[in-house]
Design a protein around this ligand. Structure first.
Ligand SMILES: Cc1cc2nc3c(=O)[nH]c(=O)nc-3n(C[C@H](O)[C@H](O)[C@H](O)COP(=O)(O)OP(=O)(O)OC[C@H]3O[C@@H](n4cnc5c(N)ncnc54)[C@H](O)[C@@H]3O)c2cc1C
Ligand code: SF4
Length: 344
């Protein structure tokens, strides 16, 4: 077998898993990551849905499996990629002119910028936070309001930046319903007296054990689910938040005062990968995620020969889906190399 070089853009779990498989098969791999450490978003999550396993445990296992032969260039943003010598030439500020036989896009996602929903008051009211900030609070065992007190009432708002024509994101981000359920349970564990209300449009509990977690949230922890969309939020003098919504099951407007409002932010294609997507003229969908050559048959190929894609670059996915997609991408690239060798 001819040893080939693959440049992987993004060292989240998708890039790591694809790298691991290809390196173990004897290929030379370079991972470029914009961040300081490998792991992407999973490095930020404390306990994972649906089984409350530590995010760092998953990462440690993936890191342990990575062969030493893999080159890791962290804090590195690729500035340009161009075709050349039958493959691609990569230009970064750190090392220039790296030749790769194939390029794998694994740049992942960004969470939705909640300031774009001005009517929800994020960035204006101190006690309106995102699910990412709540995750940090839970991780640091510092679950308090901006005044440093334990919240008596918390509202979790689903679909922030997803399923919303106003922000041009019509798609469902898939992971935020179950994340809300998981975080609501964590709130109740940290502070059993706190009342938690989830405001949802539909509950999308698609994965194995998700429905059970939702049941547990209601039966064991008394978390309340209200079918209704938030219309606006405002702040009282004492920094509590007034939530205005419509209960769409009862068909009645609803007003509630809470101590903390948590916005369940959705997923968008990583902004830092967009210039390269444009440069390589990769197709994107209406949702602005990268479009594979064929969603059913070739989910990891792109219309550019030698350029592949994996993970949440092509749309929202949870961890098992991302890892399976990375394995599929590794196999697709190695089949491509076999075809190249057979041609020559
Ligand atoms: C709030 C929230 C909670 C979640 N909790 C869970 C959970 O409990 N259980 C579960 O199964 N799933 C969960 N997920 C989903 C999980 O986070 C994703 O499946 C996973 O992070 C996808 O990995 P990825 O490699 O595709 O992308 P990412 O994790 O986004 O990694 C992408 C990497 O690419 C790098 N990068 C981006 N652009 C560039 C560039 N231009 N150059 C170089 N590097 C670049 C980034 O630095 C990053 O390291 C959650 C998602 C959200 C939004
Ligand atoms: S997973 Fe739930 S909260 Fe997230 S976009 Fe879909 S329906 Fe909305």
């Amino acid at each position: 077998m001819l040893k080939r070089h693959v440049a992987i853009i993004g060292g989240g779990i998708s890039g790591m898993e694809a790298a691991c498989i290809m390196a173990k098969s004897g290929h030379e791999i370079t991972i470029f990551d914009a961040g300081e450490k490998l792991g992407g978003h999973v490095a930020k999550w404390d306990l994972l849905f649906p089984n409350m396993r530590k995010g760092e445990e998953i990462l440690a296992t993936l890191l342990d499996q990575l062969p030493q032969s893999i080159h890791i260039l962290s804090n590195t943003i690729i500035q340009n990629i161009e075709r050349g010598n039958g493959g691609y030439i990569i230009h970064s500020a750190l090392i220039d002119n790296i030749f790769a036989d194939a390029v794998l896009f694994a740049g992942g996602f960004d969470t939705f910028d909640a300031t774009r929903k001005e009517e929800y008051g994020y960035g204006i009211y101190d006690n309106v936070i995102t699910s990412i900030e709540l995750e940090d609070k839970i991780k640091e065992h510092h679950f308090t309001t901006s005044q440093g007190t334990l919240p008596k009432r918390v509202a979790m708002i689903h679909c922030v930046g997803s399923r919303d024509e106003k922000v041009c994101n019509n798609y469902c981000s898939r992971v935020c319903c179950v994340t809300a359920v998981k975080q609501a349970i964590e709130i109740k564990k940290a502070s059993p007296e706190t009342e938690v209300f989830c405001f949802y449009m539909d509950l999308r509990m698609f994965g194995r054990h998700f429905e059970e977690l939702y049941r547990e949230a209601q039966e064991k922890y008394g978390i309340q689910f209200i079918r209704g969309r938030l219309s606006e939020a405002s702040e009282n003098k004492d920094k509590t938040i007034i939530v205005k919504a419509e209960d769409t099951l009862l068909g009645k407007p609803l007003k509630m005062t809470v101590d903390l409002m948590v916005l369940m932010v959705g997923m968008e294609l990583s902004k830092s990968i967009v210039p390269l997507v444009e440069k390589m003229q990769l197709e994107v969908g209406m949702d602005r995620f990268i479009m594979p050559l064929d969603e059913q048959l070739y989910p990891n190929k792109t219309k550019q020969e030698g350029v592949f894609v994996t993970g949440t670059c092509t749309g929202p996915k949870n961890i098992p889906e991302t890892l399976n997609d990375a394995r599929s991408a590794a196999l697709t690239i190695m089949n491509y190399f076999d075809q190249l060798s057979n041609k020559n």
